[in-house]
Design a binder for this molecule. Structure first.
Ligand code: XUL
Ligand code: MN
Length: 344
């Protein structure tokens, strides 16, 4: 049976165009508008940061957090949507200037753990067991400022706290090699899955691959997909694109390198990604110059490109490819892939 896919994006993917050099270029939209947009586009699930669910979370009591989470859960249910994951936004607060779980300050490390525990509470109310950890500031600007070995121990201790707090929670680490840090401690899927083995319950620690993050690490995201699925640990996926080694661009899927996108889809197909209910999420942003009336194009187009590449993957002449591989005629294999993508 051919695999069918379920699609997801987050409220932050309908972004307003702010970058380090300029203000927003589109007006903010309400959460209700974003839910309506998701319905209109026919997506299935929304992914969240903790403060997408409960804005200004640090100023709110546990009871308030529960009440607001229940309101969001109701809005999702009314729209026929589910929550895919919740991620603690551990990089915005004044408490996490020096990192979160690996901060040099014990009080700030405790803040990071407490906030992550609240994130688990929110996820439970929203009905998902998946906590995504993009470890934004767990690294350094200068290597002398932290002890790398100690940082790994601190990460493991933090993950153990979260695993111990709720027996059903699964942690999915989303590696990224740089930005905002010079170097991150868990830059690749290999690092994420290796560190999982040091935790108290390795089978509940997996990963999320983001195409752009893998490309920033100089890797082919398709290889990361094959690697993670070999361990049964690819629990979510942030598809997008990235034009070389620069800031994290979050371009529409396939927009910078269609062939790299094709090979990611081939890897998903051969590993039957989604068979256990995982979603295809697009962590994409509109170009800054996008007008409000074209605001959802990056999401619509990413899914369209994905589905066309599923078709391309299923119609690739595998018999011919295998014959060329057997003959070590890699020039012809290269052209077979290109001609196929070009429509011949
Ligand atoms: C950052 C990134 C995040 C995570 C969730 O590069 O991708 O949006 O996906 O925290
Ligand atoms: Mn992401």
């Amino acid at each position: 049976m051919a695999q069918t896919y379920k699609f997801c994006f987050g409220p932050w993917n309908i972004s307003e165009g702010t970058d380090p050099y300029g203000p927003p270029t589109r007006p903010p939209q309400t959460f209700d508008w974003k839910i309506a947009a998701m319905k209109k586009l026919g997506f299935d699930a929304m992914m969240f940061h903790d403060d997408d669910v409960v804005p200004d979370i640090d100023t709110k009591s546990p009871a308030q957090i529960r009440r607001e989470s229940k309101e969001v859960k109701k809005k999702l249910a009314d729209a026929g949507l589910v929550a895919e994951m919740v991620a603690p936004r551990l990089w915005f607060s004044p408490n996490t200037i020096d990192g979160a779980y690996t901060s040099n300050d014990a009080a700030q490390r405790q803040y990071a753990i407490d906030r992550s525990l609240r994130c688990i509470d929110i996820a439970k109310i929203l009905g998902t067991d998946l906590i995504v950890l993009w470890l934004a500031r767990e690294g350094t600007y200068l290597r002398e400022s932290k002890n790398g070995r100690r940082s790994i121990e601190l990460l493991v201790a933090a993950f153990d706290k979260l695993l111990g707090a709720d027996k059903k929670t699964r942690l999915a680490i989303e590696p990224k090699p740089n930005e905002p840090m010079d170097h991150a401690y868990l830059p690749t899927i290999g690092h994420a899955l290796a560190v999982a083995q040091l935790t108290c319950d390795a089978k509940r620690v997996g990963c999320v691959i983001e195409s752009a993050h893998a490309i920033l690490a100089g890797l082919d995201p398709a290889d990361e997909i094959d690697f993670a699925t070999s361990f049964g640990k690819l629990w979510s996926l942030h598809l997008n694109d990235q034009n070389g080694l620069k800031f994290d661009q979050d371009k529409p899927f396939g927009s910078a390198n269609l062939r790299v996108a094709f090979n990611q889809v081939r890897a998903l197909e051969r590993n039957q990604y989604g068979r256990d209910g995982q979603f295809v999420c697009f962590d994409v942003h509109p170009f800054r110059g996008t007008k409000p009336e074209h605001w959802l194009g990056h999401l619509e187009n990413s899914r369209r490109t994905f589905l066309r590449l599923v078709e391309k993957s299923r119609t690739f002449n595998e018999t011919r490819a295998q014959a060329l591989i057997a003959d070590r005629d890699y020039q012809a294999l290269d052209q077979l892939a290109l001609d196929h993508l070009l429509g011949r």
